[in-house]
Write a protein that binds this ligand. Sequence first.
Ligand SMILES: *Cc1c(COP(=O)(O)O)cnc(C)c1O
Length: 457
Amino acid sequence: MKGKETKIILTEKEMPTSWYNVLADLPKPLPPILHPATKEPTILPPPLFPSGIRDQEFSTERYIEIPEEVLDIYKLWRPTPLIRAYRLEKALDTPAKIFYKYEGVSPAGSHKLNTAVAQAYYAKKDGIKRFTTETGAGQWGSALSLGCAFFGLECKVYMVKVSYYQKPYRRILMETWGAQCVPSPSPDTEIGRKILAEDPNSPGSLGIAISEAIEDAFKRDDTYYSIGSVINSVLLHQTIIGQEAKKQMEKAGYYPDIIVGCIGGGSNFAGMFLPFVKDKLNGKKPNLRIINVEPTACPSVTKGLYTWDYGDVAGLAPIIKMYTLGHTFMPPGIHAGGLRYHGMAPIICHLHRLGYVEAKAVPQVATFQAGVQFARAEGIVPAPEPNHAIRVAIDEALACRESGESKTILIALSGHGHFDLAAYDEYLTGKLQDYVYPEEKVKEALAHLPKVDYVEA
Ligand SMILES: *Cc1c(COP(=O)(O)O)cnc(C)c1O
């Protein structure tokens, strides 16, 4: 039964046709989201989100069918490969069996296109013409640009000004796919003009960019706002990854002992582990370990408080119950830009509280060391974000070498690092540094949590 293949592939016919919704299987329901002003339970605001997405957000249907049009686009790069890391195993001299599921084969270079395509589909279905969003390093902006191109929608991306000038390639990618990308703060919105008037040289921040994107979408009837992680529906769209991986692991003749992934807002890793955590929730695989890895510079789950906080820096988004470092927390400028969110997906936080998943934090330099070791063995140069997962996977494999156990380790490899080579250059020339946990800044940010009276039943 156990095959010897390096690459375990699925045919298009074997591709899952539904997303898996974990809300159907939770032993205790997820807390609601609260309106930022009234602080009472609410839904995703109708003027900003497609109806299809709003329906999915709190649905308790176990399997939600993937629309035909979305599946057809997924087939441009899906099913993605599952690869047995024979060469890394050998380099580590470990009895562990290491597998990785590679999302870097998507045209946008990461898992983010899985939800971008779905969101563009539902917007188009509502008769909407245009999407706005924010982007930091540009991964999400580029994925949404392509998602919109597939459905003939306009896309406007507010890109944090420092990144806009530091990382021109992502902007060019967005423009190639037909999107408009502006440095934020921009003169195109009220909030942007206000900030520019006070400080024409403002470097911008994700919080400002979100505020601009939301203001823009609020002001126009033909425009929705799109978010690339954190919310339930986005995690749902990513479960195509884990469902494919499960079939592929079965084909290979193994079931993982450990699944490891990086978490920024939590979407790529939840997409991987949710179809597997189902086996833990129903008692079939009680010993499966699911390890969420975050940077020590932005350790929401390992150091944050589990409490109510705004989803965004500006306090415009709903208030959610999650592990948070405080919505005003500005993390140090680590290269894993996708892991700099102050909070975490409520689904991951809830599963962590209930004891079904664990979390670890790792420092930056050690993650690049792992990424380079991975690249030299397997060829793929990973994005700085999944280097966090690879670090922990390598540590687990090295522990197996000591103990002689031959555990099966599955890594969520969320994207490639071809646009992050400057970060690799810093590592290779010895300039990359670690940031200690910014305890004082977190304390300060946690002083600004919203006051919430709502109590769960
Ligand atoms: C954005 C991004 C992440 C972090 O976001 P999640 O929602 O936690 O997945 C991780 N890896 C890559 C390659 C990304 O682009």
